[in-house]
Ligand binder design. Structure first.
Ligand code: ADP
Ligand code: MG
Length: 696
């Protein structure tokens, strides 16, 4: 027990870990020494004092100052002092620390478990969508902001927690912004609850104003100077320019690791291959060895850990030094701090969410970053010594083209899911819900309208029975709807598999050197009616082959993605069972087997339909946006109507993951395909004929 361990500490000179009564490892001691040098340790006492005397406080500190890893441990210590040893675990309350990114929640909690010398999942745990790594012992929980929001649905006053830390507040994700508003209310009803808001940049005044003058603690930065270089002319191909810059640095600059910011998984993996190849080609010349490591959100945890490995040693004693080259998405901007970076390459782009309520399109778009982001990125070069940042754009562009701050996500998102969550939380008056930056009224209207079409809200905007259940699924409303209605189409088993496959990372592998083989392998799974049923085929084959990883690689399938899909499926199934939603299938040899599945899917996705025009291209229904089938689709013809899972805003607009649907539209969603509020277009005339044919 804690008191027993304390006694032993007295005897053995503080070598026993009070959390588990075990002797502290040497590694613990080593890390502790390093931890104590982090800037936040200078203000540990001040922080605990301010926390004691206030319900809410704001802490601002440079990335890498120890906010995420150290502050929650300080808080846990303080909370444990108050928790009387006699009190049972059950009544003890936890400390929560939110992270906008799954990777950060996982990686940081592992690190903190190591720092506390406990096993991950026991005293320190994490919770992210579809993965709960906590236990009854957990006192410190890292979780995504989205997960905390979901917890509020069943625990409206967040009574499992004594202190909530909202980390990375400067990121202003949709979920964090909603949590701000929610916590403001909860704090009024829970005088014993405390809130710590942590941020990397100085938007602190805004947070202070919002939390009515909460005290602010500033942790002074300890950055070394970073020299900034711009390109003389704009770069045509930033990827190619980034790779070229890496090679140049490696050949010409002094020791130190390199961090390259790119936008997404594919691009990052591609860049890693090219960098390895090009530096390999330099052999014979006087260059050191390199270790190239990718970092992005869907990377498996073992691989994530590699960013913290040391650079390789020189090949020969006294030879040119080895270098670690991290190629990362935005995660490395503020969420994860990598020590030893001396060179940063910033092409100036990131994948960002955009939403246009008029066209109802939400999409991830590679777009220019803000000046604030650019400053954060360059800061990563000066953690341990003076560094250099290479911006692959012109100085004029930095000053004139980049906007000063990134817009909060709440202003560029489809809010249907958020509105459903808020309704479920009992917040009905959305207009007066106190958010830091209120979304456009049009965006709110769109969200209410979509939820009404889906049947989640009635005409007065109240949550329906269907909406209540839909809100329980950690999915988009469309997908939740298709799951909830699937038993009535006698295909909930299959819809579960499809929903799981759509929620997991892409399962198809397409290596550049074996594209043809990969496409042939994919074609063997393909279903004539479209991509969703192809995914179902893959899932079935995966199960039939006993989830065998070597079968997966033989078939150009990503075993990890499929395993994750299988896990997601189990969790979704649990929610289905909890709400007595029947698990059933149509007989496989029935003519209706696939038709039922397609109809169930359409019940969720009837607002994401496109019609093939006589001119040969598709127009989205009602909004009449010209779109193209994404080249990855498995159809060998162009169906008249398709529904799609994803709208990709690029130079030409693609719809991705599509399935052929028929005139079922008018049966399944007559309220949406009601011709009275339908714009004049070819689709309308086709529907008119359909309706007439049915009457006659
Ligand atoms: P902040 O939240 O203020 O940006 P962090 O608490 O994330 O700072 O980081 C503090 C220090 O901990 C940094 O030096 C970082 O490199 C180190 N660190 C974090 N995670 C790991 C890890 N998994 N392995 C090694 N060092 C880590
Ligand atoms: Mg942090």
């Amino acid at each position: 027990s804690v008191s027993g361990a304390d006694k032993m500490n007295g005897r053995l000179g503080g070598l026993v870990n009070p959390w588990n009564g075990r002797m502290y490892s040497q590694r613990y001691m080593d890390i502790l020494e390093k931890r104590k040098t982090l800037p936040v340790w200078q203000q540990k006492y001040e922080f605990l004092q301010v926390l004691k005397n206030n319900q809410t406080l704001i802490l601002v500190g440079e990335t890498g100052s120890g906010k995420t890893t150290q502050i929650p441990q300080f808080v846990v210590e303080a909370v444990e002092l108050e928790n009387h040893p006699g009190k049972s675990r059950k009544n003890k309350m936890m400390v929560a620390c939110t992270q906008p990114r799954r990777v950060a929640a996982m990686s940081v909690s592992r690190r903190v478990a190591e720092e506390m010398d406990v096993t991950i999942g026991e005293e320190v745990g994490y919770s992210i969508r579809f993965e709960d790594c906590t236990s009854a012992k957990t006192v410190l929980k890292y979780l995504t902001d989205g997960m905390l929001l979901r917890e509020a649905m069943t625990d409206p006053l967040l009574e499992n927690y004594k202190v909530i830390i909202l980390d990375e507040a400067h990121e202003r994700t949709l979920e964090t912004d909603v949590l701000f508003g929610l916590l403001k209310q909860v704090l009024k009803n829970r005088p014993d609850l405390k809130l710590v808001v942590m941020s990397a940049t100085l938007e602190a005044e805004k947070f202070q104003a919002y939390f009515s003058g909460a005290p602010l603690i500033k942790v002074p930065g300890r950055l070394h100077p970073v020299e900034i270089f711009y390109t003389k002319d704009p770069e045509r191909d930033y990827l190619e320019a980034a790779i070229r810059t890496v090679v140049q640095i490696h050949e010409c600059e002094g020791p130190g690791d390199i961090l390259v910011f790119l936008t997404g998984e594919e691009e990052i993996e591609d860049a890693c291959r090219k960098i390895t190849r090009e530096i390999g080609n330099l052999q014979g010349e006087q260059v050191g060895p390199v270790k190239v490591v990718p970092l992005y959100s869907t990377l498996p945890p073992v691989m994530q850990q590699k960013i913290f490995d040391a650079a390789p040693p020189p090949l020969t004693e006294g030879g040119p030094p080895g270098r670690k080259i991290v190629v990362s998405s935005n995660i490395a901007e503020t969420s994860l701090t990598i020590d030893g970076i001396v060179y940063v390459i910033d092409p100036g782009f990131a994948k960002q969410k955009v939403y246009n309520p008029r066209e109802r399109v939400e999409s991830l778009l590679v777009s220019p970053i803000s000046r604030a982001s650019a400053l954060q990125r360059s800061g990563r070069a000066g953690r341990t010594q003076p560094g250099k940042c290479f911006r692959l754009y012109t100085e004029g562009s930095f000053n004139n083209d980049l906007q000063p701050q990134t817009y909060p996500e709440i202003l560029r998102s489809n809010l249907a899911n958020t509105v459903l969550t808020l309704k479920k939380l009992g917040i009905n008056d959305l207009v007066h819900f106190d958010v830091m930056d209120p979304p456009a009224p049009e965006t709110l209207m769109r969200a209410l309208e979509e939820l009404n079409y889906l049947g989640a809200l009635d005409d007065e905007g109240n949550l329906t029975k269907l909406g209540e259940i839909m809100a329980e699924f950690p999915l988009d409303p469309q997908m939740s709807k298709m799951l909830v209605v699937s038993p009535s189409f006698n295909c909930s088993n299959e819809i579960l598999s499809i929903a799981a496959m759509l929620s997991a990372p892409n399962c198809f592998v397409r290596p550049r050197e074996a594209q043809k083989d990969a496409d042939e392998a994919k074609a063997r799974f393909s279903h004539i009616d479209g991509d969703h049923l192809t995914l179902l085929n893959v899932y079935h084959a995966y199960k039939q082959n006993n989830e065998d990883p070597s079968w997966c690689s033989d078939n150009f399938l990503n075993a990890r993605a499929l395993k994750s899909a299988d896990n997601v499926r189990k969790q979704l199934m649990r929610i289905m069972t909890r709400f007595n939603l029947k698990l059933c299938s149509t007989k496989f040899n029935s003519r209706d087997y696939y038709i039922n599945i397609r109809k169930a899917m359409l019940s969720g996705y009837f607002m994401q339909v496109a019609h093939l025009e006589r001119t040969g291209h598709y127009l989205t229904v009602k909004d009449n946006q010209e779109v193209h089938l994404h080249p990855s689709n498995c159809l060998d013809y162009k169906p008249e109507w398709v529904f799609y899972n994803e709208y990709m805003l690029t130079s030409s607009n693609f719809i991705r993951t599509v399935t052929d649907v028929r005139e079922w539209l008018v049966d399944i969603a007559p309220h949406y395909y009601d011709l009275e509020n339908f714009p004049e277009c070819e689709a309308k005339r086709v529907l008119e004929r359909l309706y007439r044919a049915r009457e006659g």
